[in-house]
Unconditional design. Structure first.
Ligand SMILES: Cc1cc2nc3c(=O)[nH]c(=O)nc-3n(C[C@H](O)[C@H](O)[C@H](O)COP(=O)(O)OP(=O)(O)OC[C@H]3O[C@@H](n4cnc5c(N)ncnc54)[C@H](O)[C@@H]3O)c2cc1C
Ligand SMILES: Cc1cc2nc3c(=O)[nH]c(=O)nc-3n(C[C@H](O)[C@H](O)[C@H](O)COP(=O)(O)O)c2cc1C
Ligand code: FES
Lengths: 316, 275
């Protein structure tokens, strides 16, 4: 059999493979984003950029925990103006080194208007997509519950960002809700071009010898293998309810995990915490594993597996 | 040892993020630097690797290992975290995770080690290990003035030749470690490799010298750290992750990023650094 084809189309754009560097992982420097891209990503995402620079939470802020990680970085970022330069420089590097890799600008703000302002400003730097992070679980002390906790709030942000940019808009949802598919439907109706799911799962780890939460922020977000079934379930439910494409994220550490998220309904697969095991060169490793799986299963093109777990008995 | 640990029965076991260690001894190194010996053993840890050390309610910061069995740290009190650490007494607890990062390789027959500030700690660890392989070693320790000089007794006890420099000449030779290194490199024994840990300007000077003399340099850099394990990107110098690709930069890393120029890289190329 020929080499299986990993190409997918997402919002009308061709991706050389479905693997996307998730926001907040290695997305701090243009050179680092380019390093991940050159090593085999289909797209890379910046750290979420906000209207003003944010110092983030004190340490401990990112910890390995059992089968995953817990973090409360608190959206540390250099702010939108430095963000424009980050995007422009990343774009320049990608054009020189990996021109087929898409660039996703993740944005975050405290208010609906703030989201629109950041989206508008960053659009000037021409990323390929705007990803709207309405779902960070670890700034609640400071900012109250995230917009993604309420379908109406999430829809309001989506509308505002859509009005502020001509770029395709991906809205990133939180699993920390009763029914994520309801939120997905609301943002789809508000004009979202795609949905990303999931952000981290709200959690806390207490050190029993220190008798206190380990994160300086106390609560944080879980990522890594610990959350993969939550991600798969969320993607599965969203896929049933919306028709826009899904960027599935959560707990992927190998090629078969990526296939699993695609079978739940994801067209693209975000990868973050896996950098712990595979390093910044992780995407080439995962892409190779995806090809090996497809070859072994006799599947010619990866797009055939999208939503495959939803098949009825007679479909196969 | 862990209490109520399922490990023996093959059941899921404690998922704590840190290990609690106890301070066994505290030694005064100079007016602002102390060495803490813990009850922790990390036999696999290498010279140049570091730990993330958590003081609950204070902060969590990277510290280099001075030794692995037992784990020891040498800490300069420069701010809130390191000052809080200096308040710890034997019997007190601290929480650690690691070891992290890529340390120093032991290469060649004649190794020169250049230390500034707490950089004496990882290099003392390296000198101790390298001596067991029969390498020749010269150590250069630099400081601003006499009272900042560290580890004279410890290096002397190891039996390795020691050169001391101070900016004002109040102890050892007047000048910088780079001046002393230049002399050693020009000396009668060909130097196989230079190892350095200290402030960035010192590392840059060492790097320039070694490049000009075509001597491989292994330089341990600092970065602001959160995860310490290659996830968050906070410590990045260009494409290079201080916590994972380093903290020790190898000679072959140098052309691929501007790590040795410091700060954000010139970005004309993406590194594919050897692991
Ligand atoms: C790999 C590595 C190994 C180190 N090993 C040692 C050691 O063995 N002994 C020792 O005394 N010091 C060591 N340091 C430096 C030590 O981590 C800092 O001195 C310490 O973080 C200062 O914290 P503070 O709260 O006392 O001071 P602050 O006032 O918070 O900071 C003083 C300086 O420490 C640095 N710093 C601040 N935040 C961080 C952070 N999150 N991560 C890293 N550096 C930071 C900055 O350069 C700052 O100017 C090491 C640093 C690194 C990166
Ligand atoms: C250290 C860290 C920082 C993160 N920062 C962001 C962020 O700034 N914006 C965002 O939308 N998601 C952020 N995330 C969430 C990830 O993008 C991703 O949704 C989540 O980690 C699940 O994927 P994973 O299991 O592959 O890591 C962060 C995750 C981690 C671990
Ligand atoms: S400290 Fe997180 S990547 Fe280095």
């Amino acid at each position: 059999m020929n080499t299986p084809d990993l190409q997918v189309t997402f919002c009308g754009k061709l991706f050389r493979n479905p693997l996307v560097l998730a926001s907040g992982i290695l997305g701090t420097q243009p050179e680092l984003l380019a390093r991940v891209a050159v090593a085999g990503a289909g797209a890379v995402t910046t750290k979420s950029l906000s209207p003003h620079p944010r110092a983030g939470h004190p340490n401990p802020s990112v910890l390995k925990w059992g089968p995953g990680f817990i973090n409360a970085v608190g959206l540390q970022n250099p702010g939108v103006e430095a963000g424009v330069r980050l995007l422009e420089e990343t774009r320049r590097l990608l054009e020189a080194q990996a021109p087929e890799v898409h660039l996703i600008a993740s944005i975050f703000a405290e208010t609906v208007e703030g989201f629109a302002r950041v989206a508008e400003r960053l659009t000037a730097a021409r990323p390929d997509f705007i990803e709207v992070n309405v779902s960070c679980p670890n700034v609640a002390h400071e900012l109250g519950r995230p917009f993604a906790a309420d379908p109406e709030d999430a829809a309001a942000v989506t509308r505002a960002v859509k009005n502020a940019t001509d770029l395709p808009v991906i809205v990133k949802l939180s699993p920390n809700v009763t029914d994520i598919a309801v939120v997905a439907q609301a943002v789809e109706a508000a004009g979202a071009d795609a949905i990303a799911a999931i952000n981290t799962v709200a959690g806390m780890v207490i050190d029993v010898r220190a008798r206190r939460p380990v994160l300086a922020n106390e609560e944080g977000g879980l990522s890594g293998p610990a959350i993969k079934p939550i991600a798969v379930h969320a993607i599965y439910e969203i896929y049933r309810k919306v028709s826009v494409p899904i960027l599935g994220i959560g707990g992927v550490t190998c090629g078969e995990d990526a296939i699993e998220l695609m079978m739940a309904g994801a067209t693209l697969v975000g990868v973050g915490s896996a950098a712990y095991w595979h390093g910044p060169e992780m995407m080439g490793i995962l892409a190779g594993q995806m090809r090996a799986f497809l070859r072994a299963e006799g599947i010619a093109r990866v797009c055939e597996v999208i939503g495959a777990a939803h098949r009825t008995e007679e479909a196969w | 040892m862990a209490v109520n640990d399922n490990r023996a029965e093959g059941l899921p076991c404690s998922t704590a993020c840190h290990v609690r260690a106890r301070i066994v001894t505290v030694e005064e190194e100079n007016y602002r630097t102390r060495t803490f010996t813990t009850d922790l053993h990390w036999p696999h840890a290498r010279p140049g690797q570091f730990a993330m050390v958590w003081l609950p309610g204070v902060n969590e910061r990277p510290l280099s290992l001075l030794s692995h069995t037992p784990v020891r740290f040498t800490v300069a009190a420069v701010g809130p975290f390191t000052r809080a650490l200096h308040h710890l007494q034997p019997g007190d607890a601290l929480w650690v995770r690691g070891p992290y990062g890529r340390g120093f390789p032991i290469t060649g027959r004649y190794m020169v080690m250049v230390a500034g500030g707490y950089g004496v700690a990882p290099l003392h660890f390296l000198a101790q290990e390298a001596r067991q392989t029969g390498c020749h070693i010269t150590v250069i320790v630099g400081a601003r003035t006499r009272r900042d000089v560290l580890f004279v007794e410890r290096f002397t006890a190891l039996g390795v030749p020691l050169l001391i420099t101070t900016d004002d000449g109040s102890y050892g030779r007047r000048g910088t470690v780079a001046d002393a290194l230049a002399d050693v490199i020009r000396g009668s024994h060909p130097v196989d490799a230079v190892y350095a840990c200290g402030p960035a300007p010192m590392l840059e000077a060492v790097n320039r010298l070694c490049k000009a003399a075509r001597v491989p340099a292994y330089l341990s850099w600092e970065g602001i750290m959160r995860c310490g394990m290659g996830i968050c990107g906070t410590c990045a110098r260009g494409a290079w992750l201080v916590c994972r690709d380093g903290p020790v930069a190898y000679p072959e890393d140098d052309s691929s990023t501007s790590i040795n120029a410091g700060g954000i890289a010139s970005a004309s190329h993406t590194s594919r650094l050897p692991r």
